[in-house]
Design a protein around this ligand. Structure first.
Ligand code: ATP
Length: 238
């Protein structure tokens, strides 16, 4: 794997009015890595992704390939190589599976590449291919999660941001989703994974950070955090 830094987040701070949601966090994501950000409810995981995408006003800096994103509006950050599969999935409920995927590719004009990526998503998630004309709002929770990840892939991002992809899903589907995340990464995608499911998120992560009330309190390889006593007690329930 490359040790080239793809994203560097420096002293990131976010306020929601009087609430200091992120209190100066710094972390890096190297090309080809899965980096997991774990933490309890309200730790600031979603806020971190919102700040990276430009959806929350932030101080500090967010550099992608050495360029600061902070002054770039949210809708333009996708052109710089960011795509997010948001918490709660955020799919277009009234559009079909295919239309949702086409929306993911709205900023692209390379028809051939779009078709290839569509086939790639159908290869990852054959269920989406079977349901290509189905209205997305009628998909099961797991299928909606598959669609949300695929829609983000259709942006052809340099960095894929996944917010709680396992939330509310049956254990069997959760395992499938994590397997797919691993596969995507092994095929070249760099991933920032935000998760409450610390066990699974650490198992597949090259490196990970623990976020507690807006601060990073621990970091290390996924494996080292899995065996860290504090992490085991607070996040793995063992
Ligand atoms: P969860 O796992 O429950 O989604 P999280 O780690 O993603 O939690 P955030 O959603 O980032 O946490 O929230 C961090 C803190 O910021 C929390 O205290 C939350 O109440 C607060 N917060 C989040 N969004 C807003 C908002 N729009 N207005 C005010 N406070 C907010």
């Amino acid at each position: 794997m490359s040790s080239k830094v793809l994203m560097s987040v420096k002293d990131l701070q976010v306020y929601y009015g009087a609430i200091h949601a992120l209190k100066g966090i710094s972390f890096e994501i190297n090309e080809g890595e899965i980096v997991s950000l774990i933490g309890s409810n309200g730790a600031g995981k979603t806020t971190t992704l919102r700040a990276i995408c430009g959806l929350a006003e932030a101080r500090g800096d967010i550099m992608l390939e050495g360029k600061s994103l902070l002054q770039i509006p949210a809708h333009k950050r996708v052109h710089h190589g960011l795509a997010q599969s948001p918490e709660g999935r955020g799919i277009f409920q009234n559009l079909t599976v295919l239309e949702n995927l086409q929306m993911g590719a709205y900023s692209r004009s390379d028809k051939k590449g779009i078709q290839q990526d569509l086939e790639y998503c159908f290869g990852l998630f054959p269920r989406l291919k079977e349901r290509v004309q189905q209205v997305a709002g009628t998909l099961s929770g797991g299928e909606q999660q598959m669609l949300a990840i695929s829609r983000a892939i259709m942006c052809k991002p340099k960095l894929l941001l996944l917010d709680e992809p396992s939330l509310g899903l049956a254990p069997k589907i959760v395992s499938q989703i994590f397997e797919i995340v691993k596969k995507l990464n092994s095929e070249g995608m760099t991933i920032l994974l935000v998760e409450q499911n610390a066990n699974q998120a650490l198992k597949i992560a090259h490196r990970a950070y623990v976020l507690e009330t807006g601060k990073i309190t621990l970091s290390g390889t996924g494996q080292s955090l899995l065996s860290n006593d504090e992490v085991r007690k607070s996040y793995l329930g063992v």
